[in-house]
Design a protein around this ligand. Structure first.
Ligand code: SF4
Length: 230
């Protein structure tokens, strides 16, 4: 049965979403739709993400969730790729490309079964070095949203290679995930192909063809259709 508090939370979330949509839409109407503008907008929304609530068991160096499928909005993956290209040396960029293409070649990264079964780490998890996310400040909204209040549930899901319902703070997760949905919806409203994509698959497309960003923004082509998540 739905509790009154659940209804209130849903109403608050819907109101928050509506405000965010309006803010983002107005911002893009004023400044135009380009990678730099989307980068600024994304930075602003990222700054609004709250710290993890007290009670979350997530700690630096705990990486169970960095072995799961990551879904992102198309603007997010375009901005992240662009930032990686701008912030890393050519050698560093080649290393990142190699890491992404190596994981992409291992199997169907759009399927959760691939990640659970193979226990493949995200290409940005520095497993042989610091053990941390190499793109922490740029990570997708879904990575920021994902958290747990039960470490044993995370361990079990990883060890048994089975998808599990990980206890979390649902409102925190929903509000943070909402930012990716905002970008997806507003871009769709403005005439772009816009849906959720697999992070690694979409990056594979970008690393393999430098013209993809232009094809997306200028020609409005459906360049990420093979990365679309159901
Ligand atoms: S981008 Fe970073 S936080 Fe997200 S899954 Fe990869 S390593 Fe983990």
């Amino acid at each position: 049965m739905t509790q009154p508090d659940d209804n209130r939370s849903k109403q608050l979330l819907a109101a928050h979403m509506a405000r965010g949509r309006e803010t983002l839409s107005d911002f893009l109407d004023t400044h135009g739709i380009s990678l730099p503008v989307l980068g600024v907008a994304m930075e602003q929304f990222t700054e609004s993400v709250f710290d993890l609530p007290e009670g979350a068991v997530c700690k630096k160096g705990c990486t169970y969730c960095c072995h799961l499928k990551v879904g992102v909005s198309i603007p997010e993956v375009l901005v992240i790729y662009n930032e990686l290209a701008g912030q890393t040396t050519p050698e560093g960029f080649e290393i990142l490309k190699e890491r992404v293409l190596t994981v992409a070649a291992k199997g169907n990264t759009l399927e959760e079964a691939f990640w659970l079964g193979s226990q493949t780490p995200c290409p940005f998890l520095d497993v042989d070095g610091s053990g941390l996310c190499m793109i922490y400040s740029l990570r997708p909204f879904s990575c920021r949203a994902y958290h747990s209040t039960d470490l044993v549930a995370c361990e079990k899901s990883f060890e048994l290679k089975r998808e599990a319902l990980i206890p979390c703070f649902p409102l925190y997760r929903a509000t943070t995930d909402m930012y990716a949905s905002l970008f997806t919806r507003v871009l769709a409203e403005k005439g772009f192909f816009s849906y959720q994509v697999g992070f690694v698959k979409a990056l594979e497309i970008l690393f393999q063809n430098e013209a993809v960003s232009d094809q997306y923004f200028i020609n409005k082509e459906d360049v990420f259709k093979t990365a679309k998540l159901d």
